[in-house]
Design a protein around this ligand. Structure first.
Ligand code: SF4
Length: 484
């Protein structure tokens, strides 16, 4: 999972698209904390800056003033293909025989090895080991006259998840794969120089693209619509957005975006995600009622579902754990002592609140089970009498190939343990997961609109190769043998 943002300011506006794109990206920090970067165009040349680390440390006030132009794209990374090294940060950049191109990619390709076979010169030509770097090289090499034609020629050969922001000298292009695994939305920027802020004048309006609607809110843009699966949206200064369809849509939006990944103030499929999650909590209370003294969330992401669970069960809602918001993911390896402290670095129980209580603890997922086990243990040490776990998602049985770095199957506790074994492992008094039907009832949307593959194994896009080293496919000598 990554965050992407693109911006095009109208003619006459200052060359400050970089500031706007950085601001939009800040709203997407939760989607990737390994690296951040930004590329701009002044209409003639592309400039790029990227580095490892959080957005605020990479795109600070020392960098932004030098990145001048009215077109910009920005990206924050959570790695799904390739290690966390500087070379793999995005946007990618490539100067080809016909075009300069930069790309920010949210998603993960599933036919990287086949695409590598199509690159003249092979792996040796790639300065980084991401699927995005490979896609950028293929697009830069493509002999088509312009970037839009290059995309139309190359994308039908590309399989997997890709919501892209693409920058060339003259435009920003938003792209969403035919399944629309990852979200991408179009927004309209107010034009401060117009007397009517929302004047419907496409030529003098600025436009932006973002992974989530919350990023549009932060930059003061108005949501226009989703980029459709299988669609390109072309943004140029002084022109209305242009839409080009490059494939038929077979929508399969990642349902985990709605359950957990995206911000609660974002809207997807016409649903506000706080409300959607609160309704998942209501469903969970129907499916797995419990006799408890208080309902509490695992902060922060369990909070909306816990509110719904409390409402549905009539049990009071209280906070029982405080989260340290500033620990984040870090590319600095923690010391052995820090690892031993585990979840206590992030979560601290409110002893006076939980002592002597029967707790219904609501979280949004269990992956390996180790964090959940630590949380249950923390609450018991703080004096909780009973700990009943309620999970606002179904059990995760299968890995994701479409942009979430979930573990291989054997590391997913639900794929190797029964629910009773998981309950015993984490040390809870009872355990209940929301069903797939419960998720759909909360969303009031049909199964066919979503990917549920990590819950039911029905992958919309088949994955053709051995998956055991998929993340490092462009770093693995064995898989690359004979392909250099
Ligand atoms: Fe989302 Fe799971 Fe599908 Fe991956 S496999 S896209 S995490 S629903």
């Amino acid at each position: 999972m990554c965050g992407v943002f693109g911006a095009v300011l109208p003619a006459g506006e200052p060359n400050e698209a970089a500031n706007l794109a950085a601001l939009g990206l800040f709203a997407l920090q939760h989607r990737g904390q390994e690296s951040a970067g930004l590329a701009v165009s002044d209409g003639e040349q592309l400039m790029l800056y990227k580095d490892l680390g959080m957005i605020s440390s990479v795109l600070d006030e020392r960098r932004l003033p030098s990145l001048r132009g009215r077109l910009a794209i920005a990206h924050c990374r959570y790695s799904t293909t390739g290690s966390t090294v500087w070379e793999n940060a995005q946007p990618t950049f490539r100067l080809g025989p016909r075009r300069a191109i930069a790309i920010g990619h949210n998603g993960n390709l599933v036919n990287t090895r086949e695409l590598l076979d199509q690159l003249h010169g092979g792996r040796a030509r790639l300065p980084a080991s991401t699927d995005t770097e490979l896609l950028t090289a293929l697009l830069a090499d493509e002999p088509a006259a312009d970037t839009v034609d290059a995309l139309i020629h190359v994308l039908p050969r590309v399989r997997g998840a890709y919501s892209l922001v693409v920058l060339d000298e003259r435009r920003v292009i938003g792209v969403r794969d035919p399944f629309g695994f990852r979200p991408l939305v179009l927004g309209r920027l107010p034009n401060a120089s117009l007397s009517d802020l929302w004047a419907n004048d496409d030529a003098s309006t600025g436009w932006c693209l973002a992974s989530e609607t919350a990023a549009l809110d932060i930059v003061g843009a108005e949501y226009v619509r989703d980029v459709d699966p299988g669609e390109l949206i072309i943004l140029e200064p002084g022109a209305a957005p242009r839409s080009v369809r490059f494939a038929d849509a077979t929508p399969a939006l990642c349902v985990f975006e709605l359950i957990y990944f995206a911000r609660p103030d974002t809207y997807m499929e016409g649903r506000n995600l706080y409300e959607a999650r609160r309704r998942m909590g209501l469903q969970l209370a129907l499916e797995h009622p419990v006799d408890a003294d208080m309902v509490m969330p695992v902060p922060d992401t369990g909070a909306p579902a816990a509110a719904g669970f409390a409402e549905g069960s009539g049990i009071p809602y209280r906070e029982g754990l405080v989260r340290n918001r500033y620990t984040g993911r870090t590319f600095i390896q923690p010391s052995q002592t820090m690892r031993q402290r585990g979840v206590t670095i992030k979560l601290n129980p409110l002893r006076d609140v939980v002592r002597g209580k029967r707790l219904a603890v609501v979280d949004d997922s269990i992956v390996r089970g180790t964090t959940t086990k630590q949380i249950v243990s923390l609450l018991r040490k703080a004096g909780a009498r009973e700990v009943h776990l309620r999970i606002s998602a179904p059990p995760i049985y299968h890995p994701c190939f479409y942009g979430i770095d979930t573990q291989v199957e054997t590391e997913l506790i639900a794929s190797t343990h029964s629910e009773e074994e998981i309950r015993q492992f984490v040390g809870a008094d009872s355990l209940g997961y929301l069903s797939i039907q419960g998720v759909l009832a909360a969303l009031e949307l049909p199964y066919e609109r979503f990917c549920f593959a990590c819950f039911d194994g029905r992958y919309p896009e088949p994955v053709p190769y051995d998956v055991s080293r998929r993340k490092f496919i462009l770093e693995d000598e064995a898989t690359l043998a004979g392909r250099a």
